[in-house]
Design a protein around this ligand. Sequence first.
Ligand SMILES: [Zn+2]
Length: 98
Amino acid sequence: MGSCEVVVAECRCCGMWEECTASYVHSVKEKFAGVWVCGLCEEAIKDEQVKLGVGVETALQVHASFREMAAVDPVIRFAHSLLQLLKKKIIPITTSRS
Ligand SMILES: [Zn+2]
């Protein structure tokens, strides 16, 4: 069932990085025109797509420009990093399972 190799992927939108399995990275890249985005950005991009009725590439650009504004807001930055932390605690990636 896909590759269990763990790679570090960097979000094209917010620059946040995450350890993911290679197969997960691949599936996200397939959805987002060859770029990898983190879970939070993925949800936001999907939202933009639905709201604006645009393709994934346009939604990605819209979200990226919104993200530039968010980057200066420390509250959003804090929320984002907290989410990353929680995700790591809730879903530990185990590479070796004997
Ligand atoms: Zn992101």
